[in-house]
Write a protein that binds this ligand. Structure first.
Ligand SMILES: [Zn+2]
Ligand SMILES: [Zn+2]
Length: 340
């Protein structure tokens, strides 16, 4: 028997084990080690995202078997060769691309989010629903001392919102802004639009009363009614539901901007002629770029957004299913998994 047969330590991980709807299991997997240019992060918390629900349902591309989770907060525990050992022991959030090709038009113009062969953690490479995750050191953003774990863990979804709303900016001071969908992305979009000087209304369904109350507590106007047609300068669709997109298109004024951030996960029917009749400017943002991360870390550090109240659920990893169920049912705003 050789010495190398000593068993590797194992960890619990939430794994998409193969294609098929809800083919997600809690499994024992080998703990990873950091290769060249990589850091091993001991996870403090990883947020459950709508994208995770889409991955579980086979509505979003992935490469199973793969450990899920991409909204990672943790402490660097070790680094591989060609990585700075001074990173060890410090607290970070991380960008989600494990690799991109580096040579396509989009990579070369700083838009790695659009690289056709990008491989992100949580879908193509092992992610953060586990004790450890290994990421490229260039993806790490250190969390400033004055920022709590509950604020920092929302950095990744905030970076996606920043990509859609800040780069380039879509709201001007005094704009009337409608945000549809009071989940985490809608709440973050409402806060960012406010930080840009927008006069923001966050719209939801009657079943969203609690989530809307959280926003109202942070000074955002809310409604469960259908907003007046043709009354907003900017509409930001964050729910990924066709009825909400319908409302958003109808609520936009002539010449307004329509921003799609929610993912439908399927083909939908919406009154797209309104884009033409009202000369709407349609834009979006897919995932994030280093630029949107830089803005995100500044928003968090300068307290231009109020993130801690958006964490409404915390579950240990063995109760991951409860967290997924809450996210799928739209209960609460953001549930995080604590791998312990
Ligand atoms: Zn996410
Ligand atoms: Zn590329």
């Amino acid at each position: 028997m050789s010495l190398s047969s000593a068993p590797h330590p194992e960890m619990l991980a939430v794994v998409k084990i193969g294609p098929g709807s809800d083919n997600v299991r809690l499994e024992h997997v080998e703990e990873p080690t950091a290769g060249p240019g990589l850091a091993r992060v001991k996870v403090i918390a990883t947020g459950i995202c709508g994208t995770d629900i889409h991955i579980a349902r086979d509505e979003y591309a992935c490469d199973p078997p793969v450990i899920m989770g991409h909204e990672v907060l943790g402490i660097v525990d070790s680094v591989g060769s060609e990585a700075d050992a001074a990173l060890v022991g410090r607290r970070f959030v991380c960008e989600t691309y494990f690799s991109t090709c580096g040579t396509c038009d989009w990579c070369r113009s700083g838009r790695r989010n659009l690289c056709p062969t990008r491989r992100s953690i949580g879908s193509f490479e092992n992610g953060g629903f586990a004790r450890y995750v290994v990421v490229p050191v260039i993806n790490l953003h250190e969390v400033p001392d004055g920022v709590s774990d509950s604020e920092a863990v929302l950095a990744e979804p905030l970076a996606c919102v920043a990509q859609a709303l800040l780069d380039p900016p879509v709201v001007s001071a005094g704009d009337r802004v409608l945000v549809t969908g009071p989940g985490a992305i809608g709440q973050l979009a409402a806060q960012v639009a406010m930080a840009q000087g927008g006069i923001v209304t966050l719209a939801g369904l009657p079943r969203d009363t609690e989530r809307l109350a959280t926003a109202a507590g942070l000074g955002i106007a809310t409604t469960t009614e259908i907003p007046q047609a043709n009354s907003f300068d900017v509409v930001i669709e964050c729910s990924g539901s066709a009825p909400a997109a319908d409302v958003a298109l109808r609520s936009a004024r002539r010449g307004a901007r329509y921003v799609q951030i929610g993912i439908f996960g399927k083909d939908v029917t919406v009154p797209f002629d309104l884009v033409l009749y009202k000369e709407l400017v349609v834009s979006s943002g897919f995932a994030s770029t280093p630029t949107s991360w830089r803005r995100t870390m500044a928003l968090i550090e300068q307290k231009l957004v109020n993130l801690a109240p958006l964490i409404t659920g915390r579950v240990p990893i063995d109760r991951w299913q409860e967290g997924f169920d809450a996210a799928a049912a739209g209960e609460g705003i953001k549930t995080i998994i604590l791998p312990g």
